[in-house]
Every structure is written in structure tokens, then in C-alpha cells.
Ligand binder design. Structure first.
Ligand code: NAD
Length: 471
């Protein structure tokens, strides 16, 4: 090996880092580098030590740490997005890259923290938002690094550290991101291991995080099984659970906007987004016109036989003879699905779509692939009732295209979803083309909504009696 200045500096940095962060010693065979660990105890110990150092620092260091994550997400979006796609093999490169850029730009940080005050003749009371400590995090394969980065921006802004059990099929990119973030943060503020991650995650390592005494709060993002597992833990869990977002289109809708929006939302990362348009209920009066409009936005219509062929490929029989989505087709390109439907379509086709009955598996299941079923209904009240049924009470996301404010209000009330978007694509609900900020963890069953730094804080009150009101 050639001994260069750079190598010497890197070894010195590494040794100093291990001296400062004694729990991550390479000599015990349990630590890899820069936050990647083989076992939960070592990862939590390192994160806890880092968090103690971090808590003693001011808001400016939190801002610097968060800025490191933002900078890497934006500056290295292309290679990191490509690496995520290479590893997970689901979704689209353009959107993998874009998700990292918007994570860096739009996920709220330190600026979201505030102090609430109330004053009167008895003095002043402050409510401050304090860190929890170490937070246990589970991330999905659909957005491995964006979810980790987004959680980390929120959690570090609030003064926490985190230990992550990534999805095994997206673990490599999550570990790479963790290392890059930790290196940059260490360079900026001298603390390593504010993010820690299990290099080879399993269900057992997730459970060990859920059970760990030093983990104070959980934040899990994924399907029903992980939500249930986290909620069985005695500690508080923030659960960003599954969705199956329905779209209602009534006779007053702007059909061009509706078609364009449905294509945009359902095509995004090949319909992997939990908020993405998964099924459409359109009233008979405009149904055919809407189907025609879809064709103007690079969506290709399948006929009955082609839908049947795709259905055979897209669903398999799972446990207890229930139909489940075939993992091989999740997040694949529309052109790949088209082959399974028995046709060839241009490579730049955004989505496939077609007419189905309301009881079709593509309506009932969260398919996470770019085929969208359209159900013809006699009137908007039937559409709303079927939308509610297909959402399965997840209370996640629903969408309507209508210019009738009474209909919009009626659907909003009936659906009771965390996100309700009118006259735009689903991502407008997360600040992309609509107002507001972004998170890749929308806490649905546990009710925290679009997570922010404040989601990961404890409220603390300080009361001064008889003074400090200066009015
Ligand atoms: P998944 O449920 O298969 O896996 C999610 C994570 O949970 C993975 O890390 C997995 O290893 C872990 N996991 C699964 N079962 C577990 C158990 N019993 N104990 C501990 N850990 C367990 O989901 P996925 O395919 O990675 O992601 C897609 C799902 O996530 C969809 O249902 C989607 O709607 C949902 N999602 C929700 C949000 C949101 O913000 N609400 C965001 C992204 C994805």
C-alpha cells in the first residue's frame, strides 16, 4: 500500500474519532465505520454517547449537522439515487434522484423549533421542545435513503440521535448515506455516530431496537406488519403506515388537470409513493372523456383481456389463500408491465390504465406499480363511498377532482384521511406543486401526520412566578 498524506490524515481522523466515541472501537469486531454496526447494543451505545455530546451543544451545531445531510442529499443526489435503484431494483432513476434533492430542500429543520410562552400577573411560563434522546427508526425499501435522510433531518434538528434498522433490500444505500452524513457531521462539529445503522438488518435486530432500554421513541415507516410490531412495544411509536389512495373525479372536474395529475402522481417512482394515486372512481357522465384525456399524457389504455393478463402476473396467492401483490412487479416500468399484459408500448410510457369493476384486486390492493384501475360509477356519492371502502380505513391519503365545493367538503369529511388533495397530483399534499413542507414519513394510525422536528420532541414547561412579565 502506498502511504500518502491523505491516508495518514484519514487514519488520524479515524483514531481520534474512536477516542472521542469509545463505544465504536473497531478492536471488538463489532463496529464497521462511521455509524454502521453489526449489533444493536453497540449501535445504540454509540448513538447515546453522540446524543449526549450533541445535547450539550447549541442550536447552531444542530443547524450545521442538518446542513451536512441537506448538502449531501442535494450535491450527491445523482450517484446516490443511482446506487439506490441499482440495489433495490424498483422505481425510476429520475425520481430516485429528485426525491433526494427535495429531501435536502424541503424537509423542515431547526427553523421549525419554537418556544411557546404565556405571561400574566403571575409571571411567565415557557413551553420548550426538548429532544427524546436516541430514536429507533425503521425505513422502507420504497425510499430507503430519502426516508432515512428525512427522519435524520427532523430528528437531529430536534437534538436527537437515531439508530436505524433499514429494509434489508435497501440496506447498502442506507449504510452508505449514514457513513457520508456522519463523516460530514464529524468534520463540521466533531461528533460521530449521531446516526447509527445496523449493517445487516433482520426482523430480530428490529425487535432488539424496539426492546432496547436506551431507545426512547420509535418511528417506523412501512406496511401493516411493522406498524403492528412497533405498537406492541411498550414505548411510544410513531407509525407511518400503508395507504391505498383513491381518486374521485366528478362531472364538474377540469378533466385535463385530472388526467395530467393522475398520470403525474401514479407515475412517480413507478407508483411506489404511499400517497400515490392507486385507483380512480369517475362518474359515468365524464368517464369516457376522462379516459380519452389520459391518453394525452403518455398513459396507455389496456383492454379487458390485457388487464386480465396483467392481473394474473401482478398478484399471487399468499398466506391463508389471500391474493397478494407479486413483488417481482412492484415498482417496475410501465413498459415491463405492458409486456406482461401482452402488448408493447413506448419506453417512455408513464402509466398503464384501464376500466375494471370495483371489486378488482387492483382496486382493493396497494399495487405499488404503474397500472391504475378506473371504475365507472353512476354518481359522485357512489364514488365517495367506494373510495372510502378501498382506502380500508388507513386514513392515509385521498384525492378529488371537482369544482363543486360542497362535494369536496363532503368527501373530505367522509374520508377522514391524513392528506386530502383537491385538483392536483398527490405530491401537492407534500409541498410539491402545492403549499407546505415535505416528509417521507406520514404518521397515519398514530396521528402525528406529516412528521416535522416537533414530532420528535418532548414538551417541557418552565414557570417563573411573579416576575419576567415586562408589560
Ligand atoms: P414493508 O412493510 O415490507 O417494510 C418496511 C420496513 O419494516 C422494512 O424495514 C422491513 O424490514 C420492516 N419490517 C417488516 N415487518 C416487520 C416486523 N414484523 N418487525 C419489524 N420490522 C419489520 O414495506 P416496504 O415494502 O418497505 O414499503 C412499502 C410500504 O410502506 C407500503 O405499504 C407503503 O404505503 C408504506 N409507506 C408508508 C409511508 C408513510 O409515510 N406512511 C411512507 C413510505 C412507505
Amino acid at each position: 500500500m502506498q502511504v500518502t498524506d491523505e491516508l495518514i490524515q484519514s487514519v488520524v481522523r479515524e483514531v481520534l474519532s474512536h477516542m472521542r466515541n469509545g463505544s465504536a472501537k473497531p478492536s471488538n469486531g463489532q463496529a464497521r465505520r462511521w455509524g454502521v454496526f453489526d449489533d444493536v447494543d453497540s449501535a445504540v451505545a454509540a448513538a447515546a454517547e453522540a446524543q449526549q455530546q450533541f445535547e450539550a451543544r447549541g442550536l447552531e451545531d444542530r443547524r450545521k449537522a442538518v446542513d451536512c445531510i441537506r448538502r449531501i442529499c442535494i450535491g450527491q443526489a445523482e450517484p446516490l439515487g443511482r446506487a439506490e435503484l441499482d440495489e433495490t431494483k424498483i422505481g425510476r432513476l429520475d425520481h430516485k434522484i429528485e426525491k433526494l434533492i427535495v429531501a435536502g430542500q424541503k424537509i423542515p429543520g431547526v427553523e421549525f423549533l419554537r418556544t411557546d410562552a404565556c405571561t400574566g400577573e403571575n409571571g411567565i411560563t415557557l413551553t420548550e421542545y426538548a429532544p427524546f434522546g436516541v430514536i429507533g427508526v425503521v425505513t422502507p425499501v420504497t425510499h430507503s435513503l430519502p426516508t432515512l435522510a428525512g427522519n435524520a433531518i427532523n430528528m437531529l434538528a430536534a437534538g436527537n440521535a437515531l439508530v436505524c434498522n433499514p429494509h434489508p433490500s435497501g440496506a447498502r444505500i442506507a449504510c452508505r448515506g449514514t457513513q457520508l452524513f456522519n463523516q460530514a457531521i464529524h468534520e463540521a462539529i466533531g461528533i460521530n455516530n449521531l446516526l447509527t445503522i445496523i449493517g445487516t438488518p433482520t426482523l430480530e435486530s428490529a425487535q432488539a431496537i424496539f426492546d432496547h432500554r436506551q431507545v426512547r421513541l420509535l418511528c417506523v415507516t412501512g406496511g401493516p406488519a411493522v406498524g403492528r410490531a412497533a405498537l406492541r412495544s411498550p414505548k411510544r411509536a410513531i407509525v407511518a403506515g400503508p395507504g391505498n389512495p383513491p381518486v374521485v373525479v366528478d362531472e364538474t372536474a377540469d378533466l385535463e388537470t385530472a388526467a395530467r395529475s393522475i398520470v403525474q402522481g401514479a407515475a412517480y417512482d413507478n407508483n411506489l409513493l404511499c400517497i400515490g394515486e392507486k385507483e380512480v372512481f369517475a362518474v359515468a357522465a365524464i368517464f369516457d372523456e376522462l379516459m380519452e384525456a389520459m391518453g394525452r399524457y403518455k398513459a396507455v389504455r389496456l383492454d379487458k383481456g390485457q388487464i386480465e393478463a396483467l392481473t394474473q402476473a401482478a398478484f399471487v396467492t399468499g398466506e391463508q389463500k389471500k391474493l397478494v401483490v407479486n413483488k417481482d412487479l412492484i415498482g417496475q416500468d410501465a413498459a415491463v408491465l405492458a409486456e406482461r399484459a401482452g402488448i408493447k408500448v413506448p419506453a417512455d410510457t408513464q402509466i398503464l390504465f384501464g376500466e375494471t369493476e370495483e371489486g378488482h384486486p387492483f382496486v382493493d390492493q396497494e399495487q405499488m406499480m404503474p397500472f391504475v384501475p378506473f371504475v365507472r360509477v353512476p354518481d359522485v356519492d357512489t364514488a365517495i363511498a367506494l373510495a372510502k371502502k378501498s382506502e380500508h380505513g388507513f386514513k392515509h391519503t385521498s384525492i378529488i377532482h371537482s369544482r363543486n365545493i360542497e362535494t369536496i367538503t363532503r368527501m373530505g369529511r367522509a374520508m377522514d384521511t391524513t392528506l386530502f388533495i383537491q385538483n392536483g397530483p398527490s405530491m401537492a399534499g407534500l409541498g410539491s406543486g402545492g403549499e407546505g413542507y415535505l416528509s417521507f414519513s406520514i404518521a397515519t394510525p398514530t396521528g402525528e401526520g406529516v412528521t416535522t422536528p416537533l414530532t420528535f420532541t418532548r414538551q417541557r414547561r418552565s414557570s417563573t412566578v411573579g416576575s419576567m412579565r415586562v408589560l
